[in-house]
Design a protein around this ligand. Structure first.
Ligand code: PEP
Ligand code: MN
Length: 265
């Protein structure tokens, strides 16, 4: 498959099914959960709330690409067990980031979608490896990647046969330092106009500030995003990683209520 932007004119967005959830269709989708899976009990408590709110899919990192090697690196394979079990209990599909090409095959037994993190968008070995699978891929934009480079990263995956790719804008690095990243919503409108790939937005990493997640969620939906991926926690202040950008269940509920206000179809 070739999804080169010069050839593709997105009349129809690819519909990607993750269990009972459809991404790229009529309904906007919300993926949420903590930055990192912290324990079985905390993950289950969060997941139950998310299920009640009508969130479509669970997220939670188990292999964490932390800036400092001394920070919590995630629960690893034990975390995969937790997220699988919790997903089953609340009947929601689950997604987590895989960083190591050697972990891809094993991870398939535990998750329903596989996230490629911003730091690994240029990891062509990893991209090719996930391209050989059939699992939906959430491909985050490299924090320094142009849109064209990001599309080429998607092509690395598609070239191996897996075209179930969901593009995720998560902010880029600019001179601006009041926010963690600069959420590039141009990219959303651009991809929607020029490719057939579903696009979701991560306003958590895009802003780094919990109070900006709600307004930027609305902005993302207005720019044409097919969904959102948002870090949330039952006790945001106590989150082990990315606490400053993690929102409460109450704040998330506000976003759920606005999820389909810009629905175009
Ligand atoms: C994450 O989703 O927790 C994450 C590490 O995101 P990113 O790769 O966009 O920094
Ligand atoms: Mn995070």
């Amino acid at each position: 498959m070739n999804i080169d932007i010069s050839e593709k004119n997105a009349k129809i967005t690819n519909l990607i099914k993750i269990k009972n959830v459809e991404i790229g269709g009529n309904e906007k989708i919300l993926i949420s959960g903590p930055c990192a899976v912290e324990s079985y009990d905390i993950m289950l408590a969060i997941a139950k709330k998310l299920k009640d709110l009508g969130v479509h899919m669970l997220r939670g990192g188990v292999f964490k690409p932390r800036t400092s090697p001394y920070d919590f690196q995630g629960m690893g394979f034990q975390g995969l067990e937790v997220i699988k079990e919790v997903g089953k209990l609340v009947d929601m599909p689950v997604s987590t980031e895989i960083m190591d090409p050697r972990h891809v095959e094993k991870a398939l037994d535990y998750i329903d979608a596989l996230q490629i993190g911003s730091r690994n968008m240029y990891n062509y070995t990893l991209l090719s490896e996930v391209g050989k699978t059939n699992i939906p891929i959430i491909l985050k934009r490299g924090m320094g990647a142009t849109i064209k480079e990001w599309i080429f990263a998607a092509e690395y995956i598609a070239k191996q046969g897996n075209d179930k790719i969901i593009m995720c804008e998560r902010g880029i690095r600019t001179f601006e330092d009041a926010t963690r990243n600069t959420l590039d919503l141009n990219a959303v409108a651009y991809l929607k106009h020029n490719t057939s790939l579903p696009v979701i937005v991560d306003p958590s990493h895009g802003t780094g500030l919990s109070e900006l997640v709600y307004p930027m969620s609305l902005a993302s939906l207005a720019s044409g995003a097919d969904g959102l991926i948002i870090e949330s926690h039952i006790s945001p202040d106590k989150a082990i990683s990315d606490a400053r950008q993690t929102i409460s269940m109450e704040e998330l509920e506000k976003i759920v209520s606005k999820l389909n206000i810009f629905k175009s179809k």
